[in-house]
Ligand binder design. Structure first.
Ligand code: GLA
Length: 385
């Protein structure tokens, strides 16, 4: 059934338009967006597509193609839906847009999301950005892609209780085919970096760990780096964010930090360096170096930031010991989700077989593999047919 046919079946009328927002893979720059660092995500062909129509009421009615969930949100009282099990991202976006003065009109929206839930590839950001775009368009508002990302992030922070940074929503909106997005999270300035991987591809390996406690552990890390910044400011008062600290400054002032907080800060400072070096490596076509930086990033996320877990470690270790793999690391928040590996095209099948086998032997269930295809972020697909 086409999306239009499913829409008709659920809402009893035709959809007008179809829009889509992308899932993302972060190549490098992990857990630094909320420290004012630079990140390097790319948007994926895994997407959240929405079919939409104005319904002439004051309600936003939302439904999904893959699960029977439905919700109805009163656009005059958007603050009332925080407890929805499904539909709270959409309600949160509507709430932020209403508070920011956007004109909202009643609508029906059908979500068709191919970004696997809980995969660390940002299905939630894709849903938020697609919703923000749909609501803006349906209400006849002008909105730019940066603003789409900012409103969507606010929805997740204020409405859904996840203290996330801006990276995922920014990539979901601003991604570009064949490019990675080098985003400075302190200024929201972005630059597109051509992603020429020569004879290599990016393989995403989903550890399929059941999703749990990610949000609380994520918020805990944010608290720890806030603490690091506050303590370091006593010595270096003019810093605005942790990403501004140079490795030598961190070492010089190590004594103001507890050992744990020091390790958290060391990850952030080191990762910011690795992003700069990765961009240079990609620009000069040095994929071997880029691969080594991916490996170092994983090690730092495992040992200093402690956000990997045995599943992601098993995937990264199996990948890193594959002859056809140049480098591998966890991507996204961690604690579950995916790794991203740079793999020679000629060895992709062998890679998946070896990593899959070793993962199953160690963890007891299967990982899932996808070859990543890099795409545009928000797309206006045009009239629904
Ligand atoms: C999640 C958050 C992002 C970012 C990453 C870690 O995906 O939503 O803002 O912090 O984790 O890099």
């Amino acid at each position: 059934m086409t999306l239009q046919e499913q829409f008709r079946e659920i809402f009893g009328a035709d959809a007008e338009e179809i829009y889509s927002a992308a899932g993302r893979v972060n190549l490098i720059g992990e857990h630094v967006d909320y420290c004012g660092g630079q990140v390097l995500p790319a948007a994926l062909t895994l997407k959240c597509r929405v079919a939409v129509r104005r319904n002439g009421t004051d309600f936003m009615r939302v439904a999904a193609t893959d699960i029977p969930a439905r919700a109805e949100i009163d656009l005059r009282a958007t603050e009332n839906y925080k407890d929805l099990k499904w539909g709270n991202y959409q309600a949160g976006v509507a709430d932020e847009m209403r508070k920011a003065g956007y004109k909202l009109v009643g609508c029906d929206i059908l979500y068709d999301c191919t970004v696997p839930f809980g995969s660390g590839l940002s299905s939630s950001a894709a849903i938020e950005v697609a919703t923000a775009y749909a609501l803006a368009k349906l209400g006849g508002n002008q909105i730019d892609k940066k603003e789409l990302a900012v409103l969507s992030q606010k929805a997740e922070n204020n409405y859904c209780g996840v203290n996330c940074g801006i990276m995922d929503q920014f990539a979901a909106a601003n991604g570009k085919e064949k490019h990675a997005v080098l985003l400075d999270c302190a200024t929201l300035e972005a630059e597109y970096i051509p992603l020429d991987l020569k004879d290599c591809v990016l393989v995403l390996s989903n550890c399929n760990k059941p999703h749990n406690l990610v949000e609380s552990k994520y918020n805990e890390r944010r608290g720890e780096v806030d603490k690091a910044l506050a303590l370091l400011r006593k010595r270096i008062p003019d810093i605005d964010c942790l990403a501004e600290i140079k490795p030598y400054q961190l070492e010089e002032n190590r004594s103001v930090l507890t050992p744990l907080i020091y390790r958290r800060a060391r990850h952030v400072v080191g990762e910011c360096d690795r992003v700069r070096n990765s961009v240079e490596a990609l620009r000069s076509g040095d994929l071997e170096l880029f691969g080594r930086l991916l490996n170092e990033s994983h090690r730092s996320l495992k040992e200093d930031y402690e956000v990997t877990g045995k599943e992601l470690d098993a995937l990264a270790e199996a990948a890193q010991s594959s002859p056809e793999c140049l480098g591998s690391r966890m991507t996204g928040a961690g604690f579950g989700g995916c790794t991203v590996s740079l793999v020679r095209k000629s060895g992709v099948e062998r890679f998946m077989e070896k990593v899959g086998k070793e993962y199953r032997a160690k963890i007891g269930y299967d990982a899932t593999f996808y070859v990543a295809e890099v795409a545009d972020g928000i797309i206006d697909e045009g009239a629904a047919r």
